[in-house]
Design a binder for this molecule. Structure first.
Ligand code: MG
Ligand code: ZN
Length: 225
């Protein structure tokens, strides 16, 4: 019984890989770099994207907003006059708590790939299954807010291990919290010693320039390839 379940899960991941490769080919053809941005709900993905987009001169950015329902985040991004596409997992995909390659593929006809250099995919807020599904991205980044506690890398190691960039956000709140930043950084180091780590406050602007530069760097890798 247990064994059958595992095989089904492996087949599903194989199918996901095949579709992720098809997405990848479409992104390659259009010369678009893709970042898969993940976090728990409320860590600040959308706000960090807003801050980055505001100052990204010369780089054409598009956003694919993953949410279970609604378009609250997409509406915010649309105010910045960049192409934004809403991808809801409910009703189309049973209200799934993550994006997979097939869901992203279903949205691609609405993403103006020819008009952008970088596509930021904001995944559904969740520290567990988004990490399991490649969607055809060049790079994975996650946001971890200081309000979430220092233990999160140890409790959700796959998410922290699978991202090349970990953005520690909401540092403006540190004076109000009993939060040991050094312990969080040590826990990140334990599960992912090669990750790049940025500390940011989308509110105060701390670290936002470095975050912006990282995004531009992902687009630059693609241009250089
Ligand atoms: Mg959001
Ligand atoms: Zn899920």
């Amino acid at each position: 019984m247990h064994r059958t379940k595992i095989r089904v899960a492996e087949d599903a991941l194989d199918a996901n890989q095949t579709i992720a490769r098809a997405n990848r080919e479409d992104f390659d053809r259009a010369g678009v770099a893709v970042v898969n941005l993940m976090s728990a709900p409320g860590a600040g993905k959308t706000t960090l994207l807003e801050r980055a987009i505001e100052g990204l001169d010369g780089l054409r950015v598009g956003v694919l907003e993953g949410d279970v329902q609604g378009s609250i985040d997409a509406d915010r991004i649309a105010h910045l006059h960049v192409p934004v596409t809403q991808l809801n997992t409910d009703p189309g995909f049973g209200g799934e708590c993550h994006l997979d390659a097939n869901m992203v593929r279903s949205a691609l006809p609405e993403v103006p790939l020819a008009e952008i250099d970088l596509l930021a995919i904001e995944n559904v807020g969740n520290l567990v299954c988004p990490a399991e599904f490649r969607v055809g991205e060049d790079a994975r980044a996650m946001v971890c807010a200081v309000t979430e506690g220092e233990d999160k890398p140890l409790k959700y190691p796959l998410m922290f291990r699978t991202c090349e960039l970990i953005v520690v956000n909401k540092t403006d709140l540190l004076p109000h919290l009993e939060f040991d930043l050094d312990r969080l950084l040590a826990n990140i180091e334990t599960v992912n010693p090669t990750a790049e780590v940025l500390t940011t406050s989308a509110r105060s602007g701390e670290g936002v320039e470095a975050w912006r530069e990282w995004l531009a760097g992902v687009a630059g890798r693609r241009a250089a390839a």
